[in-house]
Design a protein around this ligand. Structure first.
Ligand code: CA
Ligand code: CA
Ligand code: CA
Ligand code: CA
Ligand code: CA
Ligand code: CA
Length: 681
């Protein structure tokens, strides 16, 4: 997410007084006075807290406005303000509208105060009825002070954000279940007491939350995003908003997004340009006594070609109603853009993990890098070795269960190769960078037992103060096995030849050193082509020769900045086809996604994908990934085209210590429409 400095909104205090001025005042001038386009009849009892639009893309002029009206239930209005229906089965504290996950009728989610639960209903548009579709409503321990919905461009998933009176955001994913709808709590985000109304800018996936007395916060709406919040506009005495801020709603214009804020302490609506962000207008709405929730829709046919604002008015004397304001007149009076922007196209390349491993022993940044061992005798008994940089190594089975823990030091990266001649046998060697004694740890796999045993000829020193990245290379030219280790901080790489010391232990002899330039960790060697791929974290993906006489010569394959990558660029792994085809997979940590390049030729870009939550299985997506590994070997029904293992920096749903996610390569191939070559199999 973008970082913005804490800012103080420039708005002169003199602007708060005086009569309404000509339309389109410059920012900082007095509020424009506007009459609503329409006002609904006051509700019979209770009061309207918020509203939400249902817009049928096929007939936007037939949009429906649903109002949460407390003991009056859910009220339904046409865009011209006529009351067209009602649903009395709930004490509606808040309402949100969700296009149905299965794509047919929309869902209406209601916070029912009678039993403090979120309930989902199917909206029958013609009959204007609500039918319950959630067998298990989402029970809440605290009162809600806000509710909003977001459909992710990345996952296509529907998220609900329920803000509680204890200052927490409960982030749920809704999913189809047995013909109905279920909800999975993905994460709980503390934002502070006073937090209330929320809305999401679906364009960039940013969640906005108003805090009655502090102002407006924003944070990432995607479940795998950083939970750090930052201020967008502050209340007095720090900023220009009053100390009573209520509803907010995002309007997506062509050039920017606006946030409409009910600033009731100053009896006005304020509009923030979110690209700055700065206050660009303010309005006073006639007949609006005490605003609560604010909702906004884009174009609604010829009647409201630029959209419509709906503001819940708690007015105690005249009765609670909705004030409806044509966005054209609102924008014209305030000098805002009047053309709404369509939502950006969804990003279809998203895959869901099949399973996740057991968690690391320690909290914080612990899990780092995996290596996959394919058991040639029985692929279903293959293993995944994962580093814990606070503890050592874990060995997981294909179910993600820990079958061995090796508390041998702060292991950072791990890699392996089959077919190493040791003590008269061919063994699989596992090497790891050990930051406890600055050495190269070496193990061999006992295939029958599925265990790692130490195989190093004593401590194999790196000579580095912080051994960091590590990968192995077996030269097709010489048949030798080499290990590369980088130094943390400066990106110096050293290469050692590994050999049997004559007593069945593995010794190392340094054969090369080269400087990448700055911190570099992720690396992988292609044994068939002799290339070494290295990620320089702030810079991009490099290709070197993996041979000991390879020197400093290198090619930049992709870069941060002008390229497709976003720092830090972390793990890299290779999916290989027998004919020489295949893909390089890079952890593009700064963007929480994964980038593919062709293995052959100039390593052409081949696609980008996200790993999103598998909510039905209760598995979160992957983000902030450090290391990853991939194999093209079929590993049973779940992984018929191979297995991708990624470290997950944020293990959520529930909030837990870090772990690794297992993804079926067949899902990646499908998501990116990777075309297998005829000779692949
Ligand atoms: Ca009113
Ligand atoms: Ca990390
Ligand atoms: Ca690795
Ligand atoms: Ca790193
Ligand atoms: Ca995660
Ligand atoms: Ca999890």
């Amino acid at each position: 997410m973008r970082r913005i400095p804490l800012l103080l909104v420039p708005l002169a205090c003199a602007a708060c007084t005086g009569p309404a001025v000509e339309p389109a005042p410059a920012p900082g001038e007095a509020a424009v006075s506007l009459a609503p386009s329409a006002s609904t009849e006051p509700v019979a009892s209770g009061s309207l807290v918020n509203a939400a639009f249902w817009v049928d893309p096929a007939a936007p002029e037939d949009a429906l406005i649903l109002g949460a009206a407390g003991i009056s239930g859910v009220e339904m209005y046409a865009p011209d303000g006529r009351r067209v229906g009602a649903f009395a089965g709930v004490e509606a504290g808040f309402v949100a509208v969700v296009p149905h996950p299965a794509g047919d009728a929309p869902l209406v989610v209601v916070y029912d105060r009678t039993d403090a639960a979120l309930k989902a209903y199917r909206l029958e548009r013609a009959a204007l009825t609500l039918t319950p579709v959630m067998p298990e409503p989402l029970a809440l321990e605290d009162e809600l002070t806000g509710l909003c919905h977001h459909r992710s461009r990345f996952s296509g998933a529907d998220y609900l954000y329920a803000v509680t009176d204890r200052g927490m955001i409960l982030h749920y994913e809704l999913y189809a279940r047995d013909g109905g709808v279920g909800g999975e709590l993905l994460r709980t985000i503390p934002v502070g007491k006073g937090a209330g109304f929320c809305d999401v800018d679906a364009g960039d996936g940013t969640l906005y939350v108003s805090d009655e007395s502090i102002g407006i916060w924003r944070l990432g709406a995607e479940p795998e995003s950083d939970t750090t919040r930052e201020p967008v506009a502050l209340a007095a005495p720090w900023g220009e908003l009053s100390d009573e801020v209520k509803g907010i709603a995002v309007y997506r214009a062509a050039g920017t997004s606006y946030l409409v804020v009910a600033d009731i302490g100053k009896d006005r609506l304020v509009v923030l340009d979110l690209s700055a962000p700065t206050i660009v207008g303010q309005a006073r709405i006639e007949g609006l006594e005490e605003a609560e929730g604010v909702a906004v829709a884009g174009a609604l046919g010829p009647g409201y070609p630029a959209g419509l604002l709906a503001i819940a008015d708690e007015d105690e004397s005249a009765g609670s109603n909705l004030e409806l304001i044509d966005w054209r007149s609102f924008a014209g009076a305030l000098g805002l853009e009047a053309g709404g922007a369509p939502l950006p196209a969804p990003t279809p390349a998203a895959v869901r993990p099949m399973l996740e491993t057991e968690v690391a022993a320690n909290w914080g940044d612990a899990a780092d890098d995996p290596a996959i061992w394919v058991n040639p005798a029985d692929p279903s008994r293959s293993l995944v070795i994962g580093t814990d940089k606070q503890l050592g190594l874990y060995v997981f089975d294909l179910e993600g269960r820990t079958v061995q823990t090796l508390p041998d030091g702060r292991m950072n990266n791990v890699d392996l190769r089959d077919g190493f001649p040791l003590g008269g046998e061919e063994v699989t060697l596992v090497a790891a960078s050990n930051r406890s004694d600055d050495s190269i740890a070496v193990y061999r796999i006992e295939p029958a037992a599925g265990r790692l045993v130490d195989a190093a000829a004593g401590v194999l020193p790196t000579g580095f103060t912080d051994p960091y990245g590590l990968c192995l290379y077996r030269s097709a030219r010489s048949g030798e096995l080499y290990v590369f280790v980088s130094e943390g901080g400066n990106g110096t790489f050293r290469q050692w030849r590994l050999y049997d010391d004559g007593e069945g232990r593995v010794a190392a002899e340094q054969v090369r050193e080269f400087a990448v330039g700055s911190q570099a960790e992720g690396c992988v060697a292609d044994d068939d082509t002799g290339h070494l791929y290295v990620n320089e974290e702030d810079v991009g993906l490099w290709k070197y020769s993996a041979e000991p006489d390879g020197g400093d010569a290198r090619t930049l394959i992709d870069a941060t900045g002008e390229g497709r990558l976003e720092a830090d660029v972390e793990g890299v792994a290779l999916w290989t086809a027998p004919d020489g085809g295949g893909w390089l997979v890079v952890s593009n940590q700064g963007a929480d996604n994964y980038v593919l390049y062709e293995r052959q030729g100039d390593n052409a870009y081949a696609g980008t994908f996200h790993i999103v939550a598998n909510a039905a299985e209760g598995i979160d997506g992957a983000s902030e990934t450090d290391g990853l590994d991939v194999t093209s070997a079929p590993l049973g029904e779940r992984f018929p085209a191979g297995l991708l293992v990624v470290q997950d920096g944020r293990n959520i749903a529930p909030e837990e210590r870090q772990n690794f996610k297992y993804v079926s390569w067949a899902d990646v191939a499908r998501a990116l429409d990777l075309q297998p070559r005829p000779t692949d199999r």
